[in-house]
Structure formats: structure tokens, C-alpha cells
Design a protein around this ligand. Structure first.
Ligand SMILES: *Cc1c(COP(=O)(O)O)cnc(C)c1O
Length: 346
């Protein structure tokens, strides 16, 4: 498959001067999930965004944003990140020959993500503050310096990210009844909604899905209906955001689609994380919020039966293996003999 800028060029802000930057992002699998389908009484598919080049959906937006930065003559990009944005920004920046600066909350990003940004050669600044503080800082810096901001407040990010909705429709032949998605800074839910609407306008589909956005209970301003949560807390670090930058767009998506926001506890997230793994798919904790939300609604009798549902799994479990290992007993070492091994697997 070609990269997204080529595959969906007519729907993207790609001009003659836009470089067709690509790491072969997008075209990720939509995996049918039989166990979840049975449990939820519907037809559940997992959009596994963890198979993008840097392991999360952030690549979709970043390829577009970095290509537009190159087109505009930038030589440096900057972003605030809970981890995955920095990995994607660093990868596409180095690919395009740009310098990349990332601000991360000190001590609160998964090691795999940090390792990626380091390997791709980004300049990393860990700040003594959370994501929201980091985002305020990079917005200020990019307003004053000749540095392109590639957070999702950059509209090109959402343009790239909307292609995931196109892929789902291209594969299913229609939109699902429900699109379940984790919500952090709220860019992705907004991008999917934009994608579905544009595809309907283009005659590629008719009925729009209901958008179900799920937040972590400790970082759930949208689900709680408040402007901001002061000290967001959750083990799902990718959605540990108290003041979503795209809140207005996300609210419109939920309202216009007849969808909802809800929140899930860290325990519910980790239960869903294991359920997803039991389907043979490894996602990161934040990603499992989409499935956790569906399970919660179903348990409360608030999920209509017989629906075709797509749950977006935003990132790869390998980014944060520590989360998986904290919830299981570590393997026990035994003597390297047939007897001992057979004994231990009885
Ligand atoms: C960025 C991210 C999210 C949140 O997406 P938003 O667009 O910020 O709402 C969820 N999961 C993962 C793995 C992410 O990297």
C-alpha cells in the first residue's frame, strides 16, 4: 500500500508543492473480535492502529502535518506529548530532514515511546509539569519562534487522522452503527467524525455512526461536563489530559451523531486490556478505554443489541509492556529438566 498522502490524496490538503512523505502509514487491519462480539451482543471489530509505523494512529496526522511544514519552508517542528505524538513527530521529522523538539511530562510517559523519540533523534525536554502545561508552552514557543507546531491543534493533523474513518468504510462498505474511541486531547474523535461526514458527502456511505468517546475517570472533563480537570490521573498515560484542546469539536461530534461521552476507571481499562489481548491483539492501556467503555455500557443495559461496532485501538501494547507485567504474576524459573518443566505446566 502507498502511504496516506497518496492513497487519500483527493481528500487531503495535498498540493503540487506538498512532498509525498511516507513511512507506509495507515491501511491498518480491522480485526473481527468474536469474544467481544458475543459478550456485547453485537458485531465488534477492532481498528488496530498499533500497526502504524511508530505504533500508534499519531502517524496519520503527523505525516500530513510534517509534509505541510516542509511545504511551508519550516526547518524545525515542536510538540508537547504524552509519548506517541513525540514518537511520530520524531520519525516523520527525521524522514523529512527536519529538526524535532518535544516537551514531555517528566516521569509520566511510557518507556517504549521515549525510546522511539530518542532513537529517531529528537531533542527531548522533560518538563516538571503535566501534558496540559507542556502544550501551553509549545503553543507559546511556536507563536514567537520560526518553529512549526505539530500538536493536534495544527489542523493538518486532523486532516491526516480522518483517513482512519475512510479505511473503515472502504473495508466494511458502510460506516459502523457505533464508533467507540478513547478520548484524551479529543483530536482523534473529531477527526473520525470529519472523515465520516466527508465520505458521506462524497457518496461513499449513507448512514453516519454514533460516536462514543471514552475517557479515563481521573481525566474525564468531557464525560463529567466540566471545562478542565486540574490534576488528571490515570495509568492510561496517553489520555492523561485535563483540558482537551479539541473539546469543542469533540462535543459537536458527539452531539451531531447522537453519541455520548462516558468514563472508565483504571480497573475497567485493565480488564478490557486483557480481554483485547485474549482476542490475540495487544494494545496499550489507553487504547483499551474504547472497549472498557462498551463493556461498561453493556453491563448497565445501555448498549443496544445487534449493533455493528468498531472500537479503535489507538496504540500498540509493546509501547508500554510494564503495564501488562504489573497485572500478572511474573514467570517462575525452574530447573532446566524435563521433569521440572512438565511439572510446572501441569
Ligand atoms: C494520543 C492518543 C490517544 C488520545 O487521542 P486524542 O486525539 O488526544 O483524543 C489515545 N490513545 C493513544 C494510544 C494515543 O496515543
Amino acid at each position: 500500500m502507498p502511504g496516506l498522502l497518496e492513497r487519500y490524496r483527493p481528500y487531503l490538503p495535498v498540493t503540487d508543492r506538498t512532498p509525498l512523505l511516507s513511512l507506509s502509514e495507515g491501511s491498518t487491519p480491522l480485526i473481527h473480535a468474536p469474544r467481544l462480539s458475543e459478550r456485547l451482543g453485537g458485531e465488534v471489530h477492532l481498528k488496530y492502529e498499533g500497526l502504524n509505523p511508530t505504533g500508534s494512529f499519531k502517524d496519520r496526522g503527523m505525516v500530513m502535518a510534517v509534509a505541510k511544514a516542509v511545504e511551508a519552508g519550516a526547518d524545525t517542528v515542536i510538540c508537547a506529548s504524552t509519548g506517541n505524538t513525540s514518537a511520530a513527530a520524531a520519525a516523520y521529522a527525521t524522514r523529512a530532514g527536519l529538526r524535532c523538539i518535544v516537551l514531555i511530562p517528566d516521569g509520566n510517559i511510557a518507556l517504549g515511546k521515549l525510546a522511539q523519540a530518542v532513537a529517531y533523534g529528537a531533542q527531548i525536554v522533560a518538563i516538571q509539569g503535566n501534558f496540559d502545561v507542556a502544550l501551553d508552552l509549545v503553543r507559546e514557543i511556536s507563536a514567537q519562534q520560526p518553529i512549526a507546531l505539530v500538536n493536534s491543534v495544527n489542523p493538518h493533523r486532523l486532516q491526516g487522522q480522518k483517513t482512519a474513518a475512510f479505511e473503515i468504510v472502504d473495508e466494511l462498505g458502510a460506516a459502523p452503527d457505533i464508533l467507540a474511541i478513547p478520548v484524551g486531547n479529543a483530536g482523534n474523535i473529531s477527526a473520525y467524525w470529519m472523515g465520516f461526514r466527508e465520505y458521506r458527502s462524497a457518496g461513499k456511505m449513507t448512514a453516519l455512526p454514533r460516536m462514543y468517546g471514552f475517557q479515563a475517570a481521573g481525566a474525564a472533563p468531557l464525560a463529567r461536563g466540566v471545562e478542565r480537570v486540574e490534576n488528571p490521573e490515570t495509568l492510561a498515560t496517553a489520555i492523561r489530559i485535563g483540558a482537551p484542546a479539541s473539546a469543542h469539536l469533540a462535543k459537536a461530534a458527539v452531539q451531531e451523531s447522537g453519541g455520548l461521552f462516558d468514563m472508565v476507571t483504571d480497573d475497567e481499562i485493565m480488564e478490557a486490556y486483557q480481554l483485547v489481548a485474549s482476542e490475540g491483539v495487544f494494545c496499550e492501556p489507553a487504547s483499551a478505554a474504547s472497549v472498557a467503555g462498551l463493556i461498561k455500557r453493556h453491563a448497565a443495559g445501555q448498549l443496544p443489541a445487534g449493533q455493528r461496532i468498531v472500537a479503535v485501538l489507538t496504540g500498540n501494547g509493546l509501547k508500554d509492556p510494564g503495564s501488562a507485567m504489573r497485572h500478572v504474576a511474573p514467570p517462575v524459573a525452574v530447573e532446566a529438566s524435563m521433569d521440572r518443566v512438565l511439572e510446572s505446566i501441569r
